[in-house]
Design a protein around this ligand. Sequence first.
Ligand code: SAM
Ligand code: SF4
Ligand code: SF4
Length: 373
Amino acid sequence: MSLAESFLKKVPQYTRNKRHLTSVLQHGTPRKWANLARLELERKAARVELKAHPYLMIIDPCNYCNLSCPLCPTGLNDLGRPQAMLSFAHFKKYFDAFSPYLFEAYMHNWGESLLNKQVYSMIDYAQKHNVGTNLSSNFVKLDSRDLDNIIDSGLEYLIVSLDGTSQESYKEYRIGGNYEVVVNNLSELIRRRNLRKKKTPVVEWQFIVMKQNEHQIGEAEVLSKKIGVDLMRFIPVGMPYEFQNRKEVADKWFPATVEGRVKSNHEEQQFGQAGKPGPCFYLYRSVVVNPDGGVSPCCIVYRKNRDFADLNVDSFDPMKIWNNEKYQSARSLYSSTIIPNRRTTVCDGCDIFERHPSKKLKAAPENNLVTIS
Ligand SMILES: C[S@@+](CC[C@H](N)C(=O)[O-])C[C@H]1O[C@@H](n2cnc3c(N)ncnc32)[C@H](O)[C@@H]1O
Ligand code: SF4
Ligand code: SF4
């Protein structure tokens, strides 16, 4: 293993995941690698004002959805943000500002991205600018052209959300979805990709383990091999940041068996970090852009009143945004640095990462995120 690879394997919660490591190697340039090294050093030193640029972008092509999942703010119609379709022109404007340092763009956040038919041009654009793309979809509302477009766009990694191996268990969470349709779409995509002898998109079947489907883990493993997905991944169920009745929700949805909990215990998928590392890596590595141009501090929070910037209003200098008062105020929670004119942000109530001892939360907030352990 090269020196660079062994450094990358140590970047917490990022390059330890093979998919991300592949992106860093495949889409890296000397400038991007130098930026990554600089950023990780700044993060370790808990710097508040950064010289390094974010190296991941989460950009949401739309926050509309065809399903009504009961633990998703979009499904609950409780996003607290106007719904919008991102136009290609706006995508390009936002993407171009950050792209020279990006390894990856996540082409989803709080909606069903494939409802926006411009998403294929966005993926193609990102790939042509040497930025890898991934996208998560419920894979329900597609036609034959969508399957070809997904392959032709150059999408590198596709996550298909399919939580169960029967309509009965699947429909409990994916309200409005149809199990058979998703399985057929998934199988057909893989068939066409293989027929064309293409390696991409790499296809992951993502199965959120919940009470109603935990008994189907074994069946899913068998079926995933039959369909030929590249990776079968069981992930823990989370709940929206703003939920208050967390215990009640956990009792209803969290798996009851040990197998359910163990199988879904993918560390990198957990919102709550088991060992509570600090500082919060979202505030260093990733810029999150919503379809209305609002910038969220991370992909966990969604309400517009939590935003750190508005790309349609604020000065469009990416480093000015990246080091604005809100970002610096939030990062200062992880450092001894006292900044003048500190702003209170959503991060002040967040208990996911380890704060600096001088900035500890007085009491655990109601709305922190629950970790399955
Ligand atoms: C909000 S969704 C948007 C993308 C797409 N609509 C989908 O569902 O795949 C983003 C990711 O969150 C996952 N997700 C949805 N509800 C979840 C929950 N309660 N716990 C953990 N992950 C969840 C989805 O499966 C998806 O991979
Ligand atoms: S399919 Fe995705 S965006 Fe739609 S409601 Fe479910 S989790 Fe939310
Ligand atoms: S809300 Fe929490 S996880 Fe999100 S950016 Fe702020 S500190 Fe990090």
